[in-house]
Write a protein that binds this ligand. Structure first.
Ligand code: HEC
Ligand code: HEC
Length: 322
């Protein structure tokens, strides 16, 4: 009893109290240092790796909100709007190596051809950050419709520096599994993009009228034709629909789908285009700018809402896009 009482009533001198306080702070500090130095299990490194994983995850959201509309949801690029950012020729090919210290680092297997081509000697990360922060004040090539926007808030853009770092981490992460170049819209080599575009064949009067039908029927809400109306990105771009239609009708998958849907198999590009407008579900195009095409999204009632003579003009116009 008396010991407990002694402990409770023990009042050390002021100096002693300061001294014990100081000593315990020093002990705590050295314990922390020893733990950090002898981080055998690599817990801190794993935390650094987790941090990168979180950055990639946050970057994915930034990407889909800010970049996908021009670069494609999977980084495949959109004709006329933006080049691929997931192609092997842009991100190169890397693999993730987990060291003995538990730290994951990228190891380059194939470097970015694009950066060699344009003579950028800094890292891929810094290139992406530079373009995204400040934009590209002049257009490097006339295949693109707009100059690159500046995204950093200092330059009037919508993003903070950390968000730009995150979206960069997300894009660099594509190098683990890049798209092959033939699946992607690639930028022209420096200097090549300024070649004059082939002089557009002037539209006939009927085709010009068909263009007006295209604009009035609201096709622009989902489709893009370079320089014509607003640029929708829900359906495929119709920039070269005649050439695309030629490829479609030669494809077995199209023939089988049309037969399964009880539709005649188109044998000319014009027939294919007409069928795509009147019976969109006869064949569902696989790839749209924002990922797989959604069946049933395109209105199914154009047979009722577009007059037959207008439809002829519309098909005539779209057939001029080669
Ligand atoms: C309005 C359309 C548009 C948006 C939105 C857009 N970009 Fe771009 N981006 C382009 C175009 C066009 C180019 C090619 C510009 C040029 O070369 O003149 C490009 C080029 C790039 C390049 C260089 C690619 C190369 O091969 O040299 C990077 C990196 C890039 N964009 C990143 C981004 C990121 C990250 C975002 C989202 C934060 C984004 N972009 C949003 C249109 C866009
Ligand atoms: C609400 C969105 C939407 C509207 C509006 C729309 N489309 Fe589509 N369209 C799509 C989608 C999505 C696809 C791809 C899926 C499919 O094949 O049904 C498509 C496919 C097509 C195709 C086939 C393209 C190819 O690559 O084979 C053509 C041609 C087409 N649309 C023309 C038109 C025309 C012309 C109009 C206006 C009269 C129009 N669309 C209106 C969404 C739309």
């Amino acid at each position: 009893m008396s010991i407990i009482k002694k402990i409770i009533t023990f009042r050390p001198s002021f100096t002693l109290r300061i001294l014990t306080g100081l000593i315990s702070v020093l002990i705590m500090l050295s314990v922390c240092t020893v733990v950090a130095i002898s981080d055998q299990s690599g817990a801190l490194n794993r935390r650094a790796t987790n941090f990168n994983a979180r950055s990639v995850e946050v970057g994915a959201k930034v990407y889909s909100l800010q970049c996908a509309r021009c670069h494609g949801l999977n980084g495949e690029g959109i004709e006329g709007l933006g080049p691929s950012l997931a192609a092997e020729s842009f991100v190169g090919r890397r693999k993730l190596v987990i060291g003995t210290d538990g730290l994951a680092t990228y190891q380059t297997e194939a470097p970015s051809k694009r950066l060699q081509q344009i003579g950028w000697t800094e890292s891929l990360e810094n290139y992406i950050i530079a373009v995204t922060q400040a934009g590209i004040p002049i257009r490097s090539s006339n295949v693109w419709e707009v100059n690159h926007p500046a995204f950093l808030e200092d330059f009037g853009g919508p993003l903070r520096r950390d968000q730009i770092r995150d979206v960069t981490a997300f894009i660099v992460n594509w190098s683990l599994n890049p798209l092959s170049d033939d699946q992607a819209i690639l930028p022209p080599a420096p200097g090549e993009g300024q070649a004059p575009r082939p002089t557009p064949v002037p539209l006939t009067e009927a085709q010009e009228a068909g263009k007006q039908v295209y604009l009035q029927a609201g096709c622009t809400a989902c489709h893009a034709i370079r320089g014509v109306g607003t640029q929708g990105a829900l359906g495929p771009s119709l920039n070269r629909i005649y050439t695309v239609a030629q490829e479609r009708i030669a494809d077995e998958k199209y023939k089988q789908a049309a037969q399964a849907a009880g539709q005649p198999v188109a044998t000319t590009p014009e027939e294919y285009i007409r069928q795509s407008i009147l019976y969109p579900n006869a064949y569902v195009v696989p790839q749209c700018p924002q990922g797989a095409c959604v069946a049933g999204l395109m209105p199914q009632n154009y047979a009722q809402t577009i007059k037959p003579e207008d439809l002829d003009k519309l098909v005539d116009y779209l057939s001029a896009l080669r």
